[in-house]
Design a protein around this ligand. Structure first.
Ligand code: MSK
Length: 652
């Protein structure tokens, strides 16, 4: 399928399928401001680096190599194209794992500070989940006060990062067969930091020079992300800030308000925004806003910080990754507060054309030209109030304001616990109804759609076509990250979107009142999907391993190293994963063949590269049908829909 547009379409239409974004690209162009859409036109990808064939791990190079059978070119040290492409891929996994896991560590450090009473304004909110997770870590919770349990859990969770021997605690959540497989392959991660460090060592000059060995080591590191750093981040955030439940909100640039002080929070870490949301309700702040002529304070989000506070507070989302500069182009944003990851260095330059002040809040994520206001757990609330004051003071400095009208409703908050509850009820929360509806064919299977947006293609168009094709074929979609934001902008996270689904999925969605595309959270929350896959497997009907559940994953518009780490932990957990846009090992057939085919012999999962959304959907559905056929579910069966009326009749 072609995602290019007709010649009568406006120029922006070839860059994005989002009209609000297009309007702001045009405005930025007229204002003389450069955005990633403009730069993507003038800066083309390096043809050698994009295929994984540039080695820069030592001062002998950088070396450019080829795998040409007749005339292979190796590096000065003798490293082959396969070794170099595998190293580059593995280093992306290491970097992605480090990013998610360092985020997790910061959450644990705050968690411990909260437990010690050293972080005023934060508290342990979900005691039920605290007890459940603490028990998994071997903590006896009987008769203990919640902060005492939290302190023990925090110390143990922190220990997962520096652990040198044994296995990560959360690996025990996986089916026994999967754990055994990891042990046999030697890829059960020991400690989170250890796996990242070892992979960087392996891939430095003159160490591991067997591409298969490098790629399997990358599996161990990726597993330390999904079942370690990311899972710890998700679980402790839930305990501290609340486990998400369904909530209504709105998405797209139209959430910005012309008559209010607009503050955008952006990045991945919900710590500061949690305080800002509280502070924005303080009468003192509202009075201050009124004193400069604003009718209120409007906090909205970009990227995964947005997903975090959306899921827990219903705070609206202004946009996804590619919309961060476009939000500034509205001229209506007084402050953009960034934390870590996915925040463009170009933001301060962009803001020179407008009045927006860019604030950084993490010592490890400073941007030249931004104002730095460091976050400390003990003074977070004061920092949050200072950020609000600065934004309010900036309100009178506005120039021309142009806010796109596009805004869409959405229902979000589908944590693993919520999916369980919605499908099984409070007393019998269970995946049984979901499993039954997969077995009887009403739901064909599940696809996780994760990852970013990318101005290298007509952004949004691939996601849109893929989502629609999947749900039309009765595939229930679980979305995270910026992919989830894109689905929400398309209206696919409203229960009414069930109209676009196939008859079976539509019936299930309408019976339980859920959209056909479920918002499951941020990038670290892809760990929720691992937990869900384990829960579905444990419920019965799909064999003894999560690899045999009719499910698959994809990231159609990925751009981040973190996406590669996420994909590789799914592949290493037995899941087929399809990536679009580009693929970083295309310069080595050996490495690509290993990742696309041979790795399945070891982990049961494998990678696919396919940029076309409809072909991508076909591959995903084919994998789901294969999963169904393993259990004899490829034939139509009579089904019983476990709807609300039947649930009420349960003898509980
Ligand atoms: S924010 S990693 S652009 S999903 Fe998680 Fe979005 Fe990708 Fe950043």
């Amino acid at each position: 399928m072609s995602v290019s547009q007709c010649s009568s379409c406006p120029e922006w239409n070839s860059m994005t399928s989002c009209a609000a974004s297009g309007q702001m690209i045009e405005k930025a162009t007229a204002d003389g401001a450069s955005t990633m859409f403009h730069r993507a036109q003038t800066s083309k990808p390096c043809p050698i680096g994009s295929k994984g064939l540039c080695c820069s791990v030592c001062g002998l190079g950088p070396c450019r190599v080829t795998e040409d059978d007749d005339n292979p070119v190796v590096g000065v040290c003798g490293a082959t194209a396969a070794t170099i492409a595998a190293r580059n891929f593995a280093r992306m996994v290491a970097a992605g794992t480090a990013a998610h896991s360092d985020h997790g560590r910061e959450i644990v450090e705050l968690f411990i500070a909260v437990a010690k009473g050293e972080a005023p304004g934060y508290e342990i909110k979900d005691v039920r989940k605290l007890h459940a997770v603490a028990t998994e870590f071997g903590i006896d919770v009987t008769g203990k006060e919640k902060n005492a349990v939290a302190l023990e859990l925090g110390e143990k969770a922190l220990g997962e990062f520096g652990k040198q021997h044994g296995e990560l605690t959360f690996l025990s959540r996986a089916p026994a067969a999967r754990q055994e497989k990891w042990r046999k392959l030697g890829i059960a991660p020991r400690g989170i930091d250890r796996e990242v460090v070892e992979l960087l060592h392996r891939t430095s000059v003159g160490v591991d020079q067997d591409y298969k060995s490098i790629l399997m080591a990358a599996s161990r590191t990726a597993l330390a992300d999904g079942w370690g750093g990311s899972m710890i981040a998700t679980e402790l955030q839930d305990i501290m800030f609340g486990t998400p439940v369904p909530v209504r909100s709105k998405v797209n640039l139209g959430v910005l308000k012309a008559d209010q002080v607009n503050i955008i929070v952006h990045g991945h870490d919900p710590i500061i925004p949690e305080s800002m949301v509280q502070a924005a309700r303080e009468p003192e702040m509202l009075e201050l806003a009124a004193s400069v002529g604003a009718t209120g304070i409007n906090i909205s989000g970009i990227c995964c910080t947005a997903n975090e506070i959306l899921m827990r507070h219903g705070i609206p989302i202004a946009g996804n990754y590619v919309q961060q500069e476009l939000a500034i182009a509205t001229g209506a944003v007084e402050a953009m507060v960034v934390d870590v990851q996915c925040c463009l260095e170009a933001l301060p330059e962009m803001s020179k054309c407008y009045h927006t002040e860019i604030f950084t809040t993490s010592d490890k994520a400073r941007i030249t030209g931004a104002t730095h206001l460091e976050f400390e757990p003990g003074t977070a609330f004061e920092t949050a109030k200072e950020l609000l004051r600065r934004a309010i003071a900036n309100f009178p400095n506005r120039g021309v304001v142009e806010i796109p009208s596009e805004v869409m409703d959405m229902v979000v908050g589908f944590s693993h616990e919520t999916i369980n509850y919605i499908l099984g009820g409070h007393y019998r929360s269970s995946y049984r109804p979901l499993n039954d509806n997969i077995i009887n064919g009403k739901i064909r299977g599940l696809v996780a759609v994760a990852g970013c947006n990318n101005p290298r293609q007509r952004t949004g168009a691939v996601h849109s076509a893929l989502f629609r094709e999947l749900i039309a074929n009765d595939v229930l979609v679980l979305a995270t990250g910026c992919a989830a934001i894109t689905a929400a902008k398309e209206g696919l996270m409203r229960p009414e979107a069930a109209e676009l689904a196939g008859a079976g999925l539509r019936e299930v969605c309408e019976a339980v009142g859920i959209p056909p595309v479920l918002h499951c959270g941020s990038c670290v929350d892809n760990s929720r999907l691992l937990v869900a896959a384990c829960g579905i497997q444990a419920e019965g009907g799909f064999g003894d391993d999560m690899a045999y559940v009719p499910a698959a994953g994809c990231a159609p518009e990925w751009m981040s190293e973190k996406a590669i780490a996420i994909g590789h932990y799914f592949v290493s957990s037995g899941v087929m994963v399809v990536f679009g846009n580009t693929w970083p090992t295309l310069g080595s057939d050996k490495v690509s063949d290993f990742l696309f085919r041979e790795i399945e012999e070891y982990t049961d999962g494998h990678w696919v590269f396919e940029p076309d959304p409809l072909e991508m959907a076909r591959i995903l559905i084919e994998r789901i049908d294969f999963g169904r056929s393993l259990h004899g579910y490829d034939k139509a069966r009579e089904r019983v829909l476990f709807d609300m009326d039947m649930r009420r009749e349960l003898d509980v």
